[in-house]
Design a protein around this ligand. Structure first.
Ligand SMILES: [Zn+2]
Length: 206
C-alpha cells in the first residue's frame, strides 16, 4: 500500500461510527513498536491502541492535507487608513519533532505590517496550525509561517516568534523541564528597520 505524502489530501475511509479506518499495515507497525517498548500488544488494555494511535497521528499531521496559504487567499482591502502593525500574540499550538516524533508544545506570536491588505486575524493562527500539524523542527516551522505570510499577503514586514518545549528534551535524553526554546524570523521592515523591530518585539513581550 502506498500512503499519501505531503500536500495530498487524505482520502480516508470512514467506518459506521464516523471514525477513520486505520489500515492493518499501520496498526501492525504500532503493535511492533509496543512490543519493542516492552509490552504485550495483545493484552486487553492495548487491543484498540493501534487504531487509536493511527487516528491520533492523522490528526497530529492533518497539516499535510492542507495548503496553509489558502487561509490567506481572502483579504480585505478596506483598512480605514490603518497602517500599523497587526499582532496575534501567544497563539498556543502543538507540533511534533521530526527527529523523535515527540510533541512540541508552545506558543507563537505573529505580526505583520500591512500594505493595503489585511486578513481575518484568526487566519494567522490557521496558517500556524497548518504548518505545525506536520513533523517539524522549530526553526523551520518559524520560517515557514513567516515566509507564507510574506509571500501571500505581501506586507511591508513579517515577524514570527515561537517559544516551545520539546518532548524529546523533557521526557528523554537530558530530561530538562521548563526550558523553552525561542526562535524568530523577521522579514522586511522588521528586519531592516530598528525601531519597527523594537516595537514588534516589545509588543510581543520580548
Ligand atoms: Zn526531537
Amino acid at each position: 500500500m502506498v500512503f499519501p505524502i505531503a500536500h495530498i489530501h487524505y482520502n480516508d475511509e470512514i467506518d459506521g461510527n464516523g471514525k477513520v479506518i486505520v489500515p492493518e499495515e499501520v496498526q501492525d507497525a504500532i503493535r511492533t513498536l509496543i512490543r519493542w517498548s516492552g509490552d504485550d500488544p495483545s493484552r486487553e488494555g492495548l487491543l484498540d491502541t493501534p487504531a487509536r494511535v493511527g487516528r491520533a497521528w492523522r490528526e497530529y499531521c492533518a497539516g499535510y492535507a492542507e495548503d496553509p496559504s489558502a487561509h490567506l487567499s481572502r483579504t480585505f482591502q478596506e483598512v480605514g487608513g490603518y497602517h500599523e502593525l497587526v499582532l496575534l500574540k501567544d497563539i498556543p499550538f502543538q507540533s511534533h519533532c521530526e527527529h523523535h516524533m515527540a510533541p512540541i508544545i508552545g506558543k507563537a506570536s505573529i505580526a505583520y505590517m500591512p500594505t493595503d491588505r489585511v486578513v481575518g486575524i484568526s487566519k494567522l493562527a490557521r496558517v500556524l496550525h497548518g504548518f505545525a500539524q506536520r513533523l517539524q523542527v522549530q526553526e523551520r516551522l518559524t520560517a515557514e509561517v513567516a515566509n507564507c505570510i510574506w509571500e501571500h499577503l505581501k506586507p511591508e514586514g513579517v515577524a514570527v516568534v515561537i517559544e516551545a518545549q520539546h518532548g524529546c528534551m523533557t521526557g528523554r535524553g537530558v530530561k530538562v523541564h521548563g526550558v523553552g526554546m525561542v526562535t524568530s524570523k523577521l522579514i522586511g521592515c522588521f528586519l531592516d528597520d530598528q525601531s519597527s523591530r523594537k516595537e514588534v518585539m516589545s509588543l510581543m513581550g520580548y
